[in-house]
Ligand binder design. Structure first.
Ligand SMILES: Cc1cc2nc3c(=O)[nH]c(=O)nc-3n(C[C@H](O)[C@H](O)[C@H](O)COP(=O)(O)OP(=O)(O)OC[C@H]3O[C@@H](n4cnc5c(N)ncnc54)[C@H](O)[C@@H]3O)c2cc1C
Length: 472
């Protein structure tokens, strides 16, 4: 086997996959021109180009399993330069390997299958996405109590050579333009819910798989969407209509006691990657705030300086949390390095929860032209071009079009379709804030905190024994 080239990747998409967008099926002839897919496919193809090396032994850096803290740090730094499908390949497979390490004692054969699947993905240089979030129906009810049992993806048939699954996985980023769907349970399953405790690897083109897509990719006026015209990915609503999965690709088939292991493992790597993106996004927002304040002539105004200082502290603390998650990583018995659960979840929670407040500062500093700045095409107009340039200009050295382009970048990143995508994604990706609070609390040393508090209170020992038993 060898690494795939751009041409190999483009050819691999004509594999019979069933994709839908805006109500119609998109076949291989339209895929490369359809606005929901065209740019995202170019991005992934560029990634194949960038990483390609000849030779049977060559493999992409996104298949590296970090075994030291510097390697983990390097993977995180590299990830910021990868397209989203390459990121989900790395995160999804590292999550699977994390789950393998944690289930090995109880399910050695399943752990071995995961390792073989990982090697197969690396040798074939395929791209994977993480298909975890189920439709979930009524949130108050468990899978077995839903009025439709398919609302959580489940096993509908067990055969000697494999299983058949039915259900749907929602919001699966980039599924349509990847090769492999890494399916995992969305939450802990209890005894009696064996059919819903399923994890497996499913090819995108497997019979019975259909993907309905949405995208914030701009459909026109691309000059005014400087960020989203280049960085857009389809979101996939994946339907599994009785899909056969051979045993070799089944990683969990009914062992409810291990179901949460997969969700937690994915949460860990998703949130670590999310924190890395939030840290970078924080820096970019500081940069935009400072540039637009300078362009508006408000950079020395005290309330603007204070807001930018708050944004600087936000960005720096997210970086610090990321760094702590890496520095406090722990090795698995296999020698693989897994980031700290506590710092990863705390940092992701802080970055996500405060993200909208940082956007509020940016919008407050920028002003209304974030939404109303004339388009780049208006600057080219023979009739009005000179007027918009004259009135968008603020002072010597601040060209009108320069200022308008800054406003377009702020709108595109934070206030338009892609901005809305970012806002919700920062909160929900890797599970909502609640999930991060749960995991952070679980891994926090509560007993030590209570001991410190009792010591600070100078609590007499006989009262602690009577009323201070651990209830955490
Ligand atoms: C752009 C985007 C990309 C994504 N990419 C992926 C992906 O690639 N793969 C993937 O698997 N998932 C992906 N997700 C899904 C993401 O993980 C989920 O959106 C998230 O876990 C929340 O699930 P939900 O959307 O079903 O909302 P819900 O589960 O309905 O949650 C909404 C709110 O209700 C609360 N809630 C729900 N149920 C309960 C309950 N029983 N008790 C208490 N509170 C409850 C939640 O805490 C949350 O605050 C993506 C999401 C977005 C927005």
């Amino acid at each position: 086997m060898a690494m795939k080239t751009r041409a190999d990747y483009l050819a691999s998409l004509a594999d019979g996959r069933r994709l839908f967008a805006d109500g119609v099926e998109v076949g291989p002839d339209d895929l490369f021109t359809n606005p929901q897919f065209a740019q995202s496919i170019r991005l992934v193809a560029d990634g194949y180009d960038k990483h390609y090396r000849p030779g049977a032994e060559a493999s992409g850096p996104y298949f590296t399993i970090p075994t030291t803290i510097p390697e983990l740090r390097e993977t995180l730094a590299d990830l910021l330069g990868w397209d989203m499908v390459t990121v989900t390949t790395s995160q999804g497979l590292l999550a699977l390997l994390t789950a393998a390490a944690r289930i090995r004692a109880g399910l050695p054969e399943h752990a071995d299958r995961i390792e073989r699947y990982f090697r197969w993905c690396r040798e074939n240089d395929v791209r994977c996405v993480q298909a975890i979030t189920d439709a979930k129906g009524n949130r108050k009810l468990p899978p077995s109590k839903q009025d439709d049992p398919d609302l959580y993806t489940r096993i509908v048939e067990r055969r000697p050579d494999g299983i058949v699954i039915r259900g749907a996985k929602l919001h699966i980023s980039s599924a349509a333009i990847s090769h492999e769907l890494v399916v995992m349970p969305t939450k802990n399953m209890k005894p009696g819910e064996e059919d819903w405790a399923v994890a497996c690897g499913v090819p995108v083109n497997a019979p019975g798989v259909r993907i309905v897509n949405t995208s914030y990719a701009p459909r026109d006026r691309e000059d005014d969407f400087p960020i989203s015209r280049e960085h857009n990915m389809p979101e996939g609503f994946i339907v599994f209509d009785d899909v056969f999965v051979p045993n070799e690709r089944v990683f969990l088939d009914g062992q409810t006691e291990h179901s949460a292991t997969f969700a937690h493992a994915l949460g860990l790597w998703e949130r670590l990657g999310g924190t890395a993106h939030l840290a970078e996004q924080g820096d970019i927002m500081v940069g935009l705030a400072q540039l637009i304040a300078e362009a508006n002539g408000t950079d020395t105004v005290s309330h603007v300086r204070e807001k930018i200082a708050e944004m600087v502290i936000y960005a720096t603390l997210v970086h610090a949390g990321l760094e702590a998650a890496i520095t406090n990583a722990e090795p698995s018995p296999e020698g693989w390095m897994f980031p700290s659960e506590l710092y990863t979840n705390a940092a992701k929670h802080y970055g996500a929860a405060e993200y909208s407040r940082m956007i509020r500062h940016l919008h407050d500093i920028g002003g209304g032209a974030i939404l109303t700045a004339p388009s780049v095409a208006d600057f080219r107009s023979a009739e009005v071009g000179s007027y918009v340039a004259k009135y968008m200009r603020t002072m010597d050295g601040v060209d009108g079009e320069y200022r308008a382009r800054l406003f377009h970048a702020i709108r595109d990143l934070t206030a338009d379709a892609y901005g809305g995508w970012n806002l919700v994604t920062m909160l929900q990706s890797g599970g909502g804030l609640y999930a991060q609070r749960l995991v952070a609390r679980k891994h926090f040393d509560m007993d030590r905190a209570k001991r410190l508090a009792l010591a600070e209170a100078r609590m007499p020992a006989h009262l602690v024994a009577a009323g201070g038993e651990s209830r955490s």
